[in-house]
Write a protein that binds this ligand. Sequence first.
Ligand code: ADP
Ligand code: MG
Length: 321
Amino acid sequence: MDEFEIIASIFAPLAGEGAFGLQDDAAIIPARPGFDLVVTTDAIAEGTDFFAFDPAASVARKALRVNLSDLAAKGAAPHAYLLGLSLPPSMTPDWLAAFAAGLQQDQAEFGITLLGGDTGRSEGPLAISITAFGFVPQGTMVRRDGARAGDDIYVTGTIGDSGGGLAIFSRETHTLDEAQRDALTARYRVPQPPVAFGARALRGFASAAADVSDGLLADLGHVARASGVKLLLDADAIPRSDALRALWGDDDAAIVRTATAGDDYQIAFTAAPNRHAEVMQAANVCQVAVTRIGQVTAGAGVELARAGKLLPVQRSGYRHF
Ligand code: ADP
Ligand code: MG
């Protein structure tokens, strides 16, 4: 199949309103009066963010979801996306068809469509770059710079599962049963960003937010820097799944590893203490776990404490370079 056959047969069925069936040079996102268009982009590459043996559909869903978590963390409702593909020579039509089926599944789940993209060949590994667009009511995008001393710190979901899944794929020894192992590897393959919680609730109470991609400590470090505050985290409060506890145990090193593993695609956010009931009610309505994990104070940086003792952290998260 050449580039145009791939676009016409595999991707055109995913196109939405404004995409002109992927037959034009560009697409349109109609302006929505009273809203801001929020834009984000994130790429994933074979060997770094997924394995060559991962199912094509899960690779597609991860590529999309790492972007949806950014929109969710900004309080935006997802609208559409662009898809950039660098395809190695070994790529087959069957793989691409399964990849498109994965996109289709998540388009239906999250109410988004494909607007266009670019398809090229690469001699390197498969790389997928997605640019996603979402809407927020004008002026309400949740930023990184709004955390204030006295605010509470929260995180959605559980942290570290994806890192646990990666450890299992990387042949770290363990004694997990099959269900526990699958729970962790599934989170590595298909992140579960809290899209509805982000879009419907977050901007109502969050003073600052970031999606957790490089590591909880690393991403909260960005919030601390942008806001000019210090974030104090209670190590024991960081939500960890039973499967992850079974894998890494409960000692200080396990918690530091959890908080620095990354690839979580949950939302870390801050909110004034008088919003606590509202936060918990939104969590309940959206059926998302939300855990209070610390407090904002004056100062700089992020500190992880356990029973009153600071835990030393060598590296706060994943670094690409
Ligand atoms: P150009 O010649 O300007 O580079 P292309 O030939 O790359 O345009 O693209 C033709 C059309 O196909 C455009 O509408 C583009 O958005 C779409 N397209 C190309 N690659 C993809 C892709 N991977 N996913 C979705 N749409 C794509
Ligand atoms: Mg092009």
